[in-house]
Design a protein around this ligand. Structure first.
Ligand SMILES: *[C@@H]1O[C@H](CO)[C@@H](O)[C@H](O)[C@H]1NC(C)=O
Ligand SMILES: *[C@@H]1O[C@H](CO)[C@@H](O)[C@H](O)[C@H]1NC(C)=O
Ligand SMILES: *[C@@H]1O[C@H](CO)[C@@H](O)[C@H](O)[C@H]1NC(C)=O
Ligand SMILES: *[C@@H]1O[C@H](CO)[C@@H](O)[C@H](O)[C@H]1NC(C)=O
Ligand SMILES: *[C@@H]1O[C@H](CO)[C@@H](O)[C@H](O)[C@H]1NC(C)=O
Ligand SMILES: *[C@@H]1O[C@H](CO)[C@@H](O)[C@H](O)[C@H]1NC(C)=O
Ligand SMILES: *[C@@H]1O[C@H](CO)[C@@H](O)[C@H](O)[C@H]1NC(C)=O
Ligand SMILES: *[C@@H]1O[C@H](CO)[C@@H](O)[C@H](O)[C@H]1NC(C)=O
Ligand SMILES: [Cu+2]
Length: 574
C-alpha cells in the first residue's frame, strides 16, 4: 500500500533537516573581504573622510561558531599603512595573523593586501576586530561574535534577542591629524568630541538625534547585550535606566552570573549581560560616559546614549504632540573608583578552573607614564608637555619602540639580530615607592625594543603595578595570543608578604585585558603554550604611542603541534 504523497514529502523533509543539522555540526570556514577605504561620514553636523571597512562605520560584524575558521582578505585602498588585529582571538600557532604592525607583520601598504587565516578554538562570547596601526582603529573596528558550537547552548537560558553595542569615540577632526599634532608637540592629544554607540553619538549631541541607536525589547523577554569598549583612549561607565544587568561573560569567556546596575569597561574589554523586560513599557536610555582616573588630565565629559525601546511602549513622537523623552539613568561620577572596584571584584569563572600554581616565571612589571626632558635640538613648540617636557610611558622603565624595517616575529623566528633583544627586565630596575611621591629623577624611561623570552609551556605570573609618575591611572593592559586569569587586584604597592594571601586560585576570571586599578596593582597568570611574538600593551592608544608596551617572545615546543606555522606567502614585507 502506498503512503500518501504528503507523508513522503514529510519524510524527505525530516531527512533533509537532519542532514543539514549534521553538516552544521562541523566547523565552517567563513570568507570575507575587507576593503579599507576613505568614506564620507557625517557626525556632529560635519562630514569627515573617515577610514572604514567596506564603507561601513562601524565595520561589518563577523558571526561565527566556536571551532570555525575565518579567512579575511584585507585590501588597502586607503592612503595609510594598515593592519587588522582580531582582539582576543588566541591565534594558536597562527601568530602571523595577529595583526599589530611591526610586531607580527609589516603593515599592508596603500595598494597592498593580506589574507588573515585563523581558527577559533575554545572561545565563546564577544570579541572584536580593529586596526592595529597608528590610530586607525578610531574608525576601523567591528564586532566578532562567537556563538557556541552548533548543537551546544549558552550556559544560561537562550535569550529572546541579542544586540551588540560598540562604544567608540568620535573626533570632529581626522584622528591621524590629532595623533600627528600630539607627536609634534609632545603634549597630550586632543580629547574626542563625542562618545558613540555603534558609531552614533545619540540624542545628547548636536545633529545626532535622528540616528540614535534603538535597542528593541518586549515585556517578559530576557535579551543578551554584548557591550564592547572600542574607544581609543577612554575607560567608560555603561548603564541602562531602571534595569539591572546580569553579567554572564567577558572577553569571550563565561563568568559566574552576577547582577549590577553599572559596568565599567576599559578600552579592549567586552562584557556580555542579560537584561529583562520587566519595567513599565516605555523608552529608557542606555548611556555611557567617562571613567577618568588620571588626575588633572582633560577628558571628554559628555554622555552617549542609545534607547532601550519596549515594543509595546506608547508611540514616542506623534506629530503635534510633545515628545516624551526616554528615562535617563544615573551615571557614576567620572572619578568614582569605588564603583569600579566593587564591579571588578564580582568577577569569577563559572566553576573551579585550572590556574597554574607552580610558577616558572615570576615577573613584576611597573606600568605608567613618564616625562622626557626636552632634547637639545628640539624647539619649545615640540616640548609642550608639563614644564617643557614631552610625554612618554613605559613598562619597567623601558619605553617600547617598534622596529620599522621588519616585524619582531620575523626577526625572532629567523634569528635576525639587531631588531629585538630578549633582555626585558623581570623586575623594575630601580625599586621605589611606586604609588607614592616619586622623585622627579625617576620620571624619564629608556627607549628600547626589548622582549621577554619564555620557554614553551612555562607558567607565568605577572604583577602589573601602576605608578604615580606624572599621575596614577587605571591602565587597561591587554595581552595578545593569550587569555589570563586575574587572580588578585589591590591598591598601593603590591606586597608579596600580605597580598599573596588574597590570590584566588580557585575560580578567578579569564580575560584578555585587565583594568589595573589606579594607584594599585593586578596579578595575572597564564601558561605560555602559544609560540610567537606577543605584544602586551596598554589599550589606551595614546599610551601605546608613548611606549607603554613590551613583547613576550615564546619559543616553539617539541614537534609541529607545539610550533608556530610557517609564515603565509602573502605576509607583507617592509
Ligand atoms: C586640537 O585642539 C585645538 C584647541 O581646540 C585646536 O586648535 C586644534 O586644531 C586641534 N587639533 C586637531 C588636530 O584637531
Ligand atoms: C562634567 O559635566 C557635568 C555636567 O554634565 C558637570 O556637572 C561636571 O562638573 C563636569 N565635570 C568635569 C570634571 O568637567
Ligand atoms: C571627584 O572629583 C570631584 C571634583 O569634580 C571631587 O570633589 C571629589 O572629591 C572627587 N572624588 C574622588 C573620590 O576623588
Ligand atoms: C612643574 O613645575 C612646577 C613649578 O616648578 C611644579 O610645581 C610641578 O610639580 C612641575 N610638574 C612636573 C610634572 O614636573
Ligand atoms: C633595521 O634597522 C635597524 C636600525 O634602524 C638596523 O640595525 C637593522 O640592521 C635593520 N634590519 C634589517 C633587516 O634591515
Ligand atoms: C614629594 O617629594 C619632593 C622631593 O622629592 C618634595 O619636595 C615634595 O614636598 C614632596 N611632596 C609631597 C606631597 O610629599
Ligand atoms: C629609568 O632609567 C633612567 C636611565 O637610567 C633613570 O634615569 C631613571 O631614573 C629610571 N627610572 C626608573 C623609574 O627606574
Ligand atoms: C609604512 O610601512 C613601511 C614598511 O612597510 C614603512 O617603511 C613606512 O615608514 C610606513 N609609513 C608610515 C607613514 O608609517
Ligand atoms: Cu588589542
Amino acid at each position: 500500500m502506498a503512503a500518501p504523497p504528503s507523508l513522503y514529502l514529510f519524510a524527505i523533509l525530516v531527512l533533509f533537516a537532519s542532514a543539514a543539522a549534521l553538516s552544521l555540526a562541523h566547523p565552517q570556514t567563513h570568507r570575507h573581504q575587507f576593503i579599507i577605504q576613505a568614506t564620507p561620514v557625517k557626525r556632529l553636523c560635519k562630514t569627515h573622510n573617515a577610514i572604514t571597512v567596506n564603507g561601513q562605520f562601524p565595520g561589518p560584524t563577523l558571526e561565527i561558531n566556536n571551532g570555525d575558521t575565518l579567512i579575511v582578505n584585507v585590501i588597502n585602498k586607503a592612503k595609510y599603512n594598515v593592519t587588522i588585529h582580531w582582539h582576543g582571538i588566541r591565534q594558536l600557532r597562527t601568530g602571523w595573523a595577529d595583526g599589530p604592525e611591526f610586531v607580527t607583520q609589516c603593515p599592508i601598504r596603500p595598494g597592498g593586501s593580506y589574507t588573515y587565516r585563523f581558527t577559533v578554538q575554545g572561545q565563546e562570547g564577544t570579541l572584536w576586530w580593529h586596526a592595529h596601526s597608528s590610530w586607525l582603529r578610531a574608525t576601523v573596528y567591528g564586532a566578532l561574535i562567537i556563538h557556541p558550537k552548533e548543537g551546544d547552548s549558552y550556559p544560561f537560558p537562550k535569550p529572546n534577542r541579542e544586540a551588540t553595542l560598540l562604544m567608540g569615540e568620535w573626533w570632529d577632526a581626522n584622528p591621524i591629524d590629532v595623533l600627528r599634532q600630539a607627536t609634534r608637540t609632545g603634549a597630550a592629544p586632543n580629547v574626542s568630541d563625542a562618545y558613540t554607540f555603534n558609531g552614533q553619538p545619540g540624542d545628547l549631541y548636536k545633529c545626532s538625534s535622528k540616528d540614535t541607536i534603538i535597542v528593541p525589547i518586549d515585556s517578559g523577554e530576557t535579551n543578551l547585550l554584548r557591550v564592547v569598549n572600542s574607544a581609543l583612549n577612554q575607560a567608560l561607565f555603561f548603564t541602562v535606566a531602571n534595569h539591572k544587568l546580569t553579567v554572564v561573560g567577558a572577553d569571550a569567556s563565561y563568568t559566574k552570573p552576577f547582577t549590577t546596575s553599572v559596568l565599567m569597561l576599559g578600552p579592549g574589554q567586552t562584557t556580555d549581560v542579560l537584561i529583562s523586560g520587566n519595567q513599565v513599557p516605555a523608552r529608557y536610555y542606555i548611556a555611557a560616559r567617562a571613567y577618568q582616573s588620571a588626575q588633572n588630565a582633560p577628558f571628554g565629559n559628555t554622555t552617549t546614549t542609545a534607547i532601550l525601546n519596549y515594543k509595546s511602549a506608547p508611540c514616542p513622537a506623534k506629530k503635534g504632540s510633545p515628545t516624551i523623552k526616554p528615562i535617563m539613568p544615573f551615571l557614576p561620577a567620572f572619578n568614582d573608583t569605588a564603583t569600579v572596584t566593587a564591579f571588578s571584584r564580582k568577577f569569577r569563572s563559572p566553576r573551579p578552573v585550572p590556574v597554574p600554581t607552580k610558577i616558572d616565571e615570576n615577573l613584576f612589571f611597573t606600568v605608567g607614564l613618564g616625562l622626557n626632558n626636552c632634547p637639545r635640538n628640539f624647539k619649545p613648540s615640540q616640548c609642550q608637555g608639563p614644564n617643557g617636557t614631552r610625554f612618554t610611558a613605559s613598562m619597567n622603565n623601558v619605553s617600547f619602540v617598534l622596529p620599522s624595517n621588519i616585524s619582531i616575529l620575523q626577526a625572532f623566528q629567523q634569528g635576525i639580530p639587531g631588531v629585538v633583544t630578549s633582555d626585558f627586565p623581570a623586575n623594575p630596575p630601580v625599586k621605589f615607592d611606586y604609588t607614592g611621591n616619586v622623585s622627579r629623577s625617576l620620571f624619564q624611561p629608556v627607549p628600547g625594543t626589548k622582549g621577554y623570552r619564555l620557554k614553551y609551556g612555562s607558567t607565568v605570573q605577572v604583577v602589573l603595578q601602576d605608578t604615580s609618575i606624572v599621575t596614577p591611572e587605571n591602565h587597561p593592559i591587554h595581552l595578545h595570543g593569550y587569555d589570563f586569569y586575574i587572580i588578585a587586584e589591590g591598591f598601593g604597592n603590591f606586597d608579596p608578604k600580605k597580598d599573596t594571601k588574597k590570590f584566588n586560585l580557585v575560580d578567578p576570571p579569564l580575560r584578555n585585558t585587565v583594568a589595573v586599578p589606579v594607584n594599585g596593582w593586578a596579578v595575572i597568570r597564564f601558561v605560555a603554550d602559544n609560540p610567537g611574538a606577543w605584544i602586551m600593551h596598554c589599550h589606551l592608544d595614546v599610551h601605546i604611542t608613548w611606549g607603554l608596551a613590551m613583547v613576550f617572545l615564546v619559543d616553539n615546543g617539541v614537534g609541529h603541534l607545539q610550533s608556530i606555522e610557517a609564515p603565509p606567502p602573502d605576509l607583507p614585507i617592509c
